[in-house]
Design a protein around this ligand. Structure first.
Ligand code: SAH
Length: 242
């Protein structure tokens, strides 16, 4: 899978995408990440990429021309050439990015991400170039770079081969519940003991304990998710009973 990122701050991507799991996936050729500096497509001699907002107001707005030129050169000039590659504009006012969408996006061959900065991006980018606008949560960050890295990380680890397939099945959100508590050695550390059941070797008992814990934790922290899960679980059981 290929990611194309459009940013004014390419250096920000050093580190988060060049370590650990993502690094290995890139080295193994499972994913490719191309970072493009929007400034390289600026059209004037001062390489201007932002300007004052029409109508007044604080801050600067990113100009449309360099962004359009960059995306057109890298992905194709017309929407037909760009095909079904999602062009995602990172934006605090976008649709909330969630695990379900990460799963869907991980099935694409290619993703493009545009990072805003300053006060944001000229509206024409949103309206005529981006195919999707995503927010990573209800707070305002100083740029779209961290959000783009969040999206890349969440999507990349779902691409087959990037991490162990088994470990994805029981993760938070995948099953509709948050994850159960995890422990590793030692079995006892400063009087804090690992629950006996996990040392019992009884796989069925362990599975029900984990489900119980996951449900309890979800009810405490995210009652909205727990209610959804209970409803879906009941519907499934009814179906099985029929
Ligand atoms: N004036 C804008 C905020 C601009 S923040 C507003 O009121 O919505 C500058 C850039 O940071 C944005 O263009 C966007 O690309 C990015 N950004 C900020 N918060 C974000 C969030 N929660 N999710 C995704 N991108 C975000």
């Amino acid at each position: 899978m290929r990611f194309d990122v459009f940013t004014l701050f390419p250096q920000m991507f050093q580190g988060p995408l060049t370590e650990s799991i993502i690094k290995r996936a890139v080295e193994r050729g499972i994913i490719q990440i191309h970072i493009h500096n929007i400034r390289d497509w600026a059209t004037d001699k001062h390489k201007t990429t932002d300007d004052y907002p029409y109508g007044g107001g604080p801050g600067m707005v990113m100009k449309p021309e360099p962004i359009f030129l960059a995306v057109e050169e890298v992905l194709g000039k017309s929407p037909e050439e760009r095909g079904d590659t999602p062009i995602i504009l990172m934006s605090a006012s976008g649709r909330r990015f969630e695990q379900k969408l990460a799963e869907k996006l991980s099935q694409k061959k290619r993703l493009a991400l545009i990072c805003g900065h300053y006060e944001g991006v000229d509206e024409r980018v949103r309206e005529h170039l981006a195919t999707m606008e995503l927010s990573i949560g209800d707070y305002v960050l100083s740029g779209g770079e961290l959000p783009a890295m969040v999206v890349i990380d969440a999507v990349a680890r779902l691409v087959p081969g990037v991490i162990d397939e088994e470990s994805k099945k029981e993760e938070s959100f995948t099953s509709g519940l948050l994850e159960y508590p995890q422990y590793t050695r030692p079995a006892e550390f400063r009087d804090m003991k690992v629950p006996d059941i996990l040392l019992s070797g009884n796989h069925q008992a362990i599975a029900s304990w984990r489900l119980e814990q996951a449900l309890k934790r979800t009810q405490q922290v995210r009652p909205d998710l727990a209610a959804k899960w209970v409803q879906a679980h009941r519907a499934k059981q009814k179906e099985e009973d029929c």
